[in-house]
Design a protein around this ligand. Structure first.
Ligand code: MF3
Ligand code: CO
Ligand code: CO
Length: 283
């Protein structure tokens, strides 16, 4: 795991080599292709368990490994976070009732108007590709559509701040200032992370912050940016299953995630959609 070819910064951030980008590209492309291909599966009446099964099959068929199966006791190839679930929704788990649900549900079946994040992490030749995006089941409500667009644009503004000499605080500031100007809120309780030949490594990539603070970006740094944006308040809580994170006020939440690398001149996105379906709706 500790490859002597890669040096660490003072803050413990690994600096990868020029050849390592190819490994990240392959892993990122698989994660993106899987997210492209599940689009048509998302519709009212579908279950999150079935979407996850199809993801696991695609990972297997690619000869890759799921990074999440067996990770800290997690048992699924994806996280599927519906409506006010912020992240780490468990496929097959009962979908919790959010503010505007007409009635509680018994199971994991999607209903018309649901919005959901699907998050997939794969390992290809030892490299990790981690990406998530939003889908909608049936007809999306205008306020939900706006939340999804703002969340996507927040991620892209964060990515635009990635270049050597900028800082992680610049990324957080780009995201937070945009989201709050739209009168939405940024989740503080979860963050992006370094990755590469490991799933979660330093630094914590915060989606809020002040310009020119925190670590300086250098070529060879690989990490995710994965802002979670809430229509209401930023506070979250984790349900008794120990995974599912929800908004405390039960208003909607959305998230997009890319794995990126800092290059000599800017940024490379490893998890770009081969079909151009990252946004708007993958389905
Ligand atoms: N893919 C998630 C991330 O973006 C992590 C999921 S860990 C799991 O970091 F165990 F919940 F799957
Ligand atoms: Co991640
Ligand atoms: Co992820």
């Amino acid at each position: 795991m500790d490859d002597p070819r890669n040096r660490l910064t003072r803050d413990g951030i690994r600096i990868y080599e020029a050849n390592d980008y190819a490994g990240m590209r392959k892993a990122g492309e698989l994660a993106a292709r899987i997210l492209d291909e599940i689009g048509p599966l998302v519709h009212p009446g579908q279950t999150t368990a079935e979407i996850d099964r199809r993801i696991e099959t695609m990972v297997d068929e690619a000869g890759a490994t799921s990074a999440t199966i067996g990770y800290k006791g997690y048992r699924h190839a994806s996280c599927i976070s519906v409506n006010h679930v912020v992240c780490h929704g468990i496929p097959g788990g009962k979908i919790p009732k959010w503010k505007n649900d007409p009635h509680p549900r018994a199971d994991d079946t999607l209903m018309d108007g649901d919005i959901l994040n699907v998050d997939v992490t794969v390992i290809v030749d030892g490299w990790y590709g981690d990406s998530s995006r939003m889908y909608v089941a049936g007809a999306v409500k205008p306020y939900a559509e706006r939340l999804i667009k703002v969340t996507h644009d927040a991620l892209m503004r964060g990515i635009e701040a990635v270049r050597p000499g900028n800082s992680f605080g610049d990324i957080g500031f780009a995201i937070q200032s945009y989201v709050e100007a739209q009168r939405m809120s940024v989740v503080r309780d979860f963050c992006g992370h370094g990755l590469g030949r490991v799933f979660h490594a330093p630094p914590n990539v915060l989606h809020y912050g002040r310009p020119a603070t925190r670590e300086t970006l250098e070529p060879g740094m690989f990490f995710t940016i994965e802002p979670m944006v809430n229509l209401g308040r930023p506070e979250t809580k984790v349900l008794s299953d120990d995974w599912t994170a929800v908004t405390r006020d039960k208003h909607l939440s959305a998230q997009f995630e890319h794995s990126v690398g800092v290059t000599e001149t800017g940024v490379e996105i490893f998890t770009l959609s081969p079909a151009g379906k990252f946004f708007p709706f993958a389905s």
